[in-house]
Design a protein around this ligand. Structure first.
Ligand code: ADP
Ligand code: MG
Length: 240
């Protein structure tokens, strides 16, 4: 589904991604772990063109999305993103947050988008909050709304950047449960996370990033039981 070839990214001449080669297949759930500053967010942001790569290519279903002619909105329609800090629009209600993009991009009429928002909000038990503003919601509610907002576009891939890192501990579970459900429905996912238990349980593959490179990757059981790279061993000894 996504083929990443020798991807590099520099900020003001400072290399942050140093030649990443990866293939993400349909239905895979790829967890990315690694120390702060290793380039995890930058890598995710390149995948839906929130950052412009400095070098290399990203093929989405065979099409080079780093080419100048790429329709960035078309890419983002298929590759949704969920952020650490939710990024809900504070001046819009929950319902408006969910319906804005599909209506503005003319993917759905307002009526269709409203009906879909109702279905999604009922699913997560927050239909009664449809006309509430985000500031009135808990962190866990905000993040679950951000997830269904991404789902309202019917994406083919969802990217999650530390979706539970900004939450109070008692709200982590409800968000992970929703992500787990979406995973079980077959969504292709890439998840940057510090939740090692979740990565082990949900991911089909785990990648370790350090200094802008993928240093190691494996199926979760082997990844955690038999880490090869010394830096990964040191990292796991601190977080597990
Ligand atoms: P991670 O998500 O693994 O913590 P990031 O991808 O956020 O890492 O950052 C990797 C490196 O790139 C860091 O050194 C960070 O300071 C730098 N960086 C990220 N975004 C920018 C930016 N917009 N401008 C300059 N430097 C950036
Ligand atoms: Mg990050």
């Amino acid at each position: 589904m996504i083929e990443i070839k020798d991807l590099s990214k520099e900020f003001q001449g400072v290399p942050v991604l140093r030649g990443i080669n990866e293939t993400i297949r349909q239905g895979e759930k790829v967890a990315i772990i690694g120390p702060s500053g290793s380039g995890k967010s930058t890598f995710l942001r390149c995948l839906n063109l929130l950052e412009k790569p400095t070098g290399g290519q990203i093929l989405y279903k065979g099409q080079d999305i780093t080419a100048k002619s790429t329709d960035i909105n078309a890419v983002r329609r298929h590759v949704g993103m969920v952020f650490q800090h939710f990024n809900l629009f504070p001046h819009l209600t929950v319902r408006q947050n969910i319906t804005l993009a599909p209506v503005q991009l003319k993917l759905q009429t307002q009526d269709e988008a409203d009906a879909k928002a109702e279905t999604l909000l009922r699913r997560i038990g927050l239909w009664d909050r449809a006309d509430t503003y985000p500031s009135r919601l808990s962190g866990g509610q905000k993040q679950r709304i951000a997830i269904v907002r991404a789902l309202s576009m019917d994406p083919e891939v969802l990217l999650f950047d530390e979706p539970t890192s900004a939450l109070d501990p008692e709200m982590v579970g409800e968000v992970l449960d929703l992500i787990r459900e979406v995973a079980e429905e077959g969504m292709t996912m890439v998840i940057v996370t510090h939740e090692m238990g979740f990565a082990r349980e949900v991911a089909t593959r785990v990648l370790f990033m350090d200094e802008g490179q993928v240093m190691e990757q494996n199926a979760p059981a082997d990844f955690f039981a038999h880490p090869q790279n010394a830096r990964l061993q040191a990292f796991l000894s601190k977080v597990l």
